[in-house]
Design a protein around this ligand. Structure first.
Ligand code: NDP
Length: 322
């Protein structure tokens, strides 16, 4: 089968197309034929060596596809089922293994491209808005990178709850998309002091929660956007990692809370995975959640997909199709 292989850390050019054997499903595993795979920032962190991995590596954890074969002990799935997961063992490939416990069925009416586009960023937006800081109607959230993959979905979910959503973006074109997703106020953080703008927009009060995936360049100022006892959910570092931080600052800035959540801890049980995936895929199927796919590349163009995502040019999802 065709698959992307990384032999060593480096730039997008280390993503090489290779011919590899189709894997056999072991106990509790399902072999899927990948129809669409999602490209996510975490694969960039692994490729660069920011997160540790062992090489050779076939990257990718998010895909939708059809069930080809079941390993010993697997029940609940059959050959030909359309399924999706964020726990695929190397989804940049024509075939891949998935632990059955982390596989869900795709509901009627949703094609594999949409399912792959919705799963990882959708469930991330879901846990942030519904669990990390369960937003309530009338509360105010600041969402950084509001026109990004997670940003567009998180804005829609927060707005649907009835929260006021302030976002930051880097360009006027991204601002337009963020407004369409439901942001009431959009700040061009490349031109404006976003903390001062947030204070102005909230009458000096500050927001209840900041969802920050940008990290290095936004973290300090994000703290200055919060109301006393507000919460900063630092869920990514697309601008780089946040340097070591003195916790005493949280006291001086208003007894603040900071968390560094990751999706895996919010889908750790079968019931939580089914709840989140069920809602996200259900909303995507009904059209209640609008998905924006920026680009669908052939597998061989994985390097281009990474270049696009890293270069800050994308708005929404990038997919690979084997
Ligand atoms: P995005 O589509 O949001 O792309 C990243 C965006 O970050 C860019 O479009 C850009 O928006 C903004 N950005 C700001 N500074 C930089 C910079 N220096 N370089 C690149 N981008 C920058 O990506 P995703 O939706 O796929 O992921 C968003 C973030 O969420 C990532 O950090 C990812 O790691 C994280 N994540 C975390 C998860 C978790 O559970 N913790 C799960 C899923 C994703 P703009 O141009 O508007 O500034």
């Amino acid at each position: 089968m065709k698959a992307i292989q990384i032999l060593e850390t480096g730039g997008p050019e280390v993503l090489q197309l290779a011919d590899l054997p189709i894997p056999h499903p072991g106990p509790g595993q399902v072999l899927i034929r990948v129809e669409a795979t999602g490209v996510n920032f975490i694969e960039i962190y692994f490729r660069k060596g920011q997160y540790k991995a062992s090489f050779p590596l076939t990257p990718g954890s998010e895909a939708a596809g059809t069930v080809e074969d079941l390993g010993p002990g697997v029940t609940g799935f059959k050959s030909g089922d359309l399924v999706a997961s964020v726990s695929v063992l190397g989804s940049y490939a024509e075939y891949a293994l998935v632990p059955a416990a982390q596989l869900v069925k795709v509901p009627e009416g949703l094609d594999p491209e949409k399912a792959a586009a919705a799963m990882l960023q959708g469930m991330t937006a879901h846990y942030l808005a519904h669990s990390t800081y369960p937003l309530k109607a009338g509360e105010t959230a600041l969402v950084h990178a509001g026109a990004g993959g997670v940003g567009l979905l998180l804005t829609q979910m927060a707005a649907r709850i009835g929260a006021r959503v302030i976002t930051t973006v880097s360009t006027p074109a991204k601002a337009e998309l963020s407004r369409e997703a439901g942001a009431s106020d959009v700040i061009l953080y490349t031109q404006q002091d976003f903390a001062a703008e947030v204070k102005r927009l909230t009458g000096g009060k500050g927001v209840d929660v900041v969802y920050d995936s940008v990290g290095k360049t936004t973290f300090d100022q994000s703290l200055n956007c919060l109301r006393p006892r507000g919460l900063l959910a630092l869920f990514g570092g697309s601008s780089g990692a946040v340097p070591p931080f003195d916790l005493i600052q949280l006291s001086g800035k208003g007894s603040l809370f900071v968390t560094r959540p990751t999706l895996w801890h919010y889908i750790a049980t079968r019931s939580e995975l089914e709840w989140r995936a069920g809602e996200v895929l259900g909303w995507a199927a009904s059209g209640a959640l609008k998905l924006r796919t920026e680009h669908v590349y052939p597998l061989a163009d994985a390097a281009q997909a990474h270049t696009d995502l890293e270069s800050r040019m994308t708005t929404g999802k990038i997919l690979l199709e084997p």
